[in-house]
Design a protein around this ligand. Structure first.
Ligand SMILES: C[S@@+](CC[C@H](N)C(=O)[O-])C[C@H]1O[C@@H](n2cnc3c(N)ncnc32)[C@H](O)[C@@H]1O
Length: 114
């Protein structure tokens, strides 16, 4: 399909058209939107749940590392690292796994976040 005049104009200048979406706090809280700039899409309640789980792990001295499978932009893993840091925990690794190939089946790639 031929590019329109507008497409060619924008492409030559590496520009695009974006639509601003009004933030809906209720959707953000439960991770039911698609944030354009946030480091995580999971929302505040799920972040609270991650914090709760890590605090239980620390409190009950459950051994082992932490892993997030499917990290997207990595914000939830960064948050996990932050919770550990807040409690002075330095002997647990946070592992990140993602194909980084959204929408396609792919071999997972493992990354370590120290
Ligand atoms: C819903 S997003 C995860 C959101 C993320 N937990 C956050 O905090 O925003 C799903 C992620 O899983 C990844 N993914 C999908 N299929 C995968 C697969 N087969 N192996 C590894 N990663 C996969 C995608 O690349 C995407 O980053």
């Amino acid at each position: 399909m031929a590019l329109s005049v507008l497409d060619r104009f924008l492409n030559r200048r590496s520009l695009g058209i974006a639509r601003r979406v009004q933030l809906e706090p209720e959707k953000r809280a439960v991770g039911r939107d698609w944030p354009s700039r946030a480091h995580t899409m999971i929302g505040l309640r799920r972040l609270d749940n991650i914090q709760f789980c890590i605090e239980r792990i620390i409190e009950e001295r459950v051994p082992g590392d932490l892993l997030e499978a499917g990290v997207w932009r990595g914000g939830a893993s960064v948050f996990m690292r932050g919770v550990l840091q807040a409690y002075g925990v330095t002997d647990r690794t946070v592992w990140l796994a993602d194909s980084f190939k959204e929408g396609r089946s792919a071999r997972s790639t493992g990354l370590r976040c120290t």
